[in-house]
Design a protein around this ligand. Structure first.
Ligand code: PLP
Length: 422
């Protein structure tokens, strides 16, 4: 059974001040998990997690990670700006972007962050816009083909737009060396939402062996290897959570058997986890406001796909708990739907749930990553608030809900529209 980090009583208290729907985050859970990650990689003195900002781009969340010693993994101008705003710069920033407008490299350089180059054709563009290349640069690798693990096919790098071939990566290193770059990173992201302890160790093995070849052939000093994101979370009750300590040990084994014997034991391990850092520590709280009985039984809630796009976009499963009915029998079958004029706006289809009454609060689990951040404004819907449940139990508003003024703000070339408000 999947547990919630908040009770009905707590939610009823919060709701008095902040109406549903809202995303709620659990500081205690986020910090405990961050510490477990650090523990798992404590064998590597240079280890650092760069939280993937896109997963949950809220400065209050970033501040928690800053406090835990993490950095930010950014891939756009506004993500860089957000990192800067919370005081993360220099080696606390990893700029892992693709199809990048050149001005963003300037911003990343100005902040002193690491630049992770996605494609060899970007090198002359980066050099042109920056003048002088930074002393340390990273390149993103794509091995092509299919990435397999013992439980079957996991992902399809050969179909992915990211990274360089091995030949291009070596050529990029040679070019960068000639241009005065002194230290190098290697990065790859080969599979997403992996619920197996095997992914990182396997990826690490591939990248460590690549690092050995690259060093031998180009003479480049490799200072870090970035395992990027991809560690998943158990969205379904039957999924088994990853064991981060086992993952850390698996990477250590690969490190000590591949890198250490080659005299490359000074390499720092970096990660860019997003989902794993916040996913389970956030939920979308929404109220049942309508019920409908036609060919199926529907529960209409006050959130919709603009608050959580994953079910509509990928058919993703998000567990639902009805607050206060945790132990009630699951003797009803519902489609739980939002109000968009799109039939894929359903948080659950044919889901066994307890009897839901109007006014019940539904807790949609695991929305702490790629939840709020994928929000949009289709159908003129306004994005929800974000609330942080602090370690001391207080609820802090960390982003207000959108108002109609926000929706109309970009019409400011026509003041009569931009000033519309309810
Ligand atoms: C999305 C992304 C991440 C984070 O991925 P998760 O699956 O959330 O861990 C890390 N790095 C890059 C470059 C990404 O695009």
């Amino acid at each position: 059974m999947k547990k919630t980090f908040v009770t009905e009583d707590q939610l009823r208290e919060i709701e008095k001040q902040y109406p549903t729907p809202f995303h709620l985050y659990d500081e205690k859970g986020i910090r405990a998990n961050a510490r477990a990650l650090k523990e798992a990689f404590s064998w590597n003195p240079g280890f650092r997690e760069y939280f993937a900002v896109k997963a949950e781009p809220n400065p209050f969340i970033l501040e928690i990670f800053k406090d835990e010693g993490f950095g930010c993994d950014c891939s756009s101008m506004t993500e860089l700006m957000l990192s800067e705003a919370v005081g993360m710069s220099g080696d606390r920033i990893m700029f892992s972007s693709n199809d990048t407008p050149v001005q963003e490299f300037v911003k990343a350089r100005d902040l002193g962050g690491y630049i992770n180059i996605d494609d060899i054709t970007q090198i002359p563009k980066i050099e042109k816009v920056l003048g002088q290349l930074p002393e340390t640069m990273c390149c993103r690798f794509n091995p092509g083909g299919v990435f397999r693990m013992s439980n079957g096919i996991m992902d399809n790098p050969g179909e992915a737009k990211y990274g360089m071939t091995e030949q291009q990566l070596k050529e990029a290193f040679r070019i960068l060396l000639r241009k005065g770059v002194k230290h190098f990173g290697i990065h790859a992201f080969l599979a997403s939402n992996t619920v197996t302890d095997e992914y990182y160790p396997k990826l690490a093995g591939i990248l460590f062996e690549l690092a050995v070849r690259v060093k031998k052939e180009t003479g480049a000093h490799i200072s870090f290897i970035n395992l990027s994101g991809g560690i998943g979370i158990p969205y379904r009750p039957e999924d088994k959570a990853n064991d981060i300590l086992a993952i850390g040990e698996g990477v250590r084994y690969a490190y000590e058997s591949i890198l250490t014997p080659e005299g490359m034991g000074d390499i720092s391990i970096f990660t860019e986890l997003g989902r794993y850092m916040t996913g389970p520590y956030g939920c979308l709280v929404t109220k049942a406001i309508n019920e409908k009985h036609i060919y199926k039984e529907y529960i209409g809630v006050d959130a919709c796909a603009v608050d959580l796009m994953r079910p509509a976009m990928y058919g993703a499963y998000h567990h639902i708990t009805v607050a206060g009915k945790e132990d009630a029998p699951l003797d009803h079958t519902y489609d739980v739907s939002g109000s968009l004029c799109e039939n894929n706006d359903k948080f659950a289809i044919d889901r066994s749930l307890p009897k839901i009454d109007p006014g019940d609060l539904l807790i949609i689990h695991d929305t702490g990553a790629h939840g709020y951040s994928m929000g949009y404004n289709y159908n003129g819907k306004l994005r929800s608030a974000e609330i942080l449940l602090r370690t001391d139990g207080t609820a802090q508003l960390i982003r207000r809900a959108e108002k109609p003024q926000d929706y109309f703000a970009t019409l400011d070339c026509f003041p009569e529209y931009a000033n519309l408000s309810s």
